[in-house]
Design a protein around this ligand. Structure first.
Ligand SMILES: [Zn+2]
Length: 275
């Protein structure tokens, strides 16, 4: 009785390369001087079959390793694609930082390094500053770094998310699904101009996050005054919530001290600004 698959494998001939030689009746590799053939007992018969010499098996091992490394990179790219919704932001990492905001970027690196503690303290960040100060870049660096560490992160524009909320039960399910992310990065607070429905949606996103006890990272063009003293009530309750959940960091300007929730302020000072 023979198995056709095994028979096919056993009949495969060792590749005879220049320099290879026969010793003790078996083909040997001219390069590594180990066997390219071996004796096996197959279906009751002693057979000479091909095997991998040392350098061939080393080559196969390297190819497998390279394939695995490629697969790991591809898996990371897929994760990053799922985590950071705007493809342009996925390439933004601390390594690509131009050094324009060294103090802030160092604090954000520390935020990522100390993530388990930040998460435990439910310490979020509020990055504010004018157009072109690098807020979104900085936020994407944090999102990408934590994603690399295996942390479930979602980064999206706040307006885009508010528009995707749906209504009724659909909205409730969507908001609950956000709890799966350990960090929610909400880009561009304050762009939710106009309608009460939009403001309500933004409030619900922030408030459900508050209820989940998990951190948010918010970026905004709002000035500190606009954030603290909004003219409309619909904005006020959103901003009040965010103030409770985050530590404010000003981008691209002289550092300022704000009156924050005292406990968060001291935790933040200790964790982000001191080595
Ligand atoms: Zn060899």
């Amino acid at each position: 009785m023979t198995d056709p698959t095994i028979e096919a494998l056993a009949s495969r001939k060792a590749e005879h390369l220049p320099g290879d030689y026969i010793q003790d009746g078996l083909l040997h590799c001219g390069a590594c001087h180990s066997r390219k053939e071996t004796w096996v007992e197959l279906f009751g018969r002693r057979r000479k079959v091909a095997c991998l010499c040392r350098c061939q098996s080393e080559k196969v091992r390297r190819q497998l390793e390279e394939m695995e490394a490629r697969q790991r990179i591809e898996a990371l790219e897929r994760k990053r694609a799922a985590a950071v919704q705007d493809p342009a932001y996925r390439k933004w990492t601390f390594e690509g930082d131009d050094g324009a905001n060294p103090r802030v970027m160092e604090a954000l690196r520390r935020y990522c390094q100390k993530w388990p503690e930040m998460k435990k303290q439910n310490l979020g960040l509020y990055l504010y500053g004018g157009v072109g100060t690098g807020k979104t870049f900085a936020a994407a660096c944090v999102a990408n770094e934590l994603t690399r560490q295996g942390v479930p992160v979602l980064m999206t524009s706040l307006v885009r998310m508010a528009n995707a909320l749906g209504w009724g039960e659909e909205r409730a399910v969507f908001l609950r699904s956000l709890n799966a992310y350990d960090l929610l990065v909400l880009d561009d607070l304050g762009a939710q101009r106009g309608s009460d429905a939009m403001k309500e949606a933004v409030y619900q996103i922030v408030d459900s996050r508050y209820a989940s006890g998990k951190p948010i990272l918010v970026t905004t063009n709002l000035t500190w005054e606009q954030f603290c003293s909004p003219r409309e009530e619909g904005d006020r309750r959103i901003y009040d919530r965010i103030r409770e959940m985050t530590v404010a960091i000003q981008m691209g300007g002289p550092s300022r001290r704000h009156r924050l929730h005292e406990e968060k302020q001291s935790v933040a000072r200790e964790m982000l600004w001191q080595k």
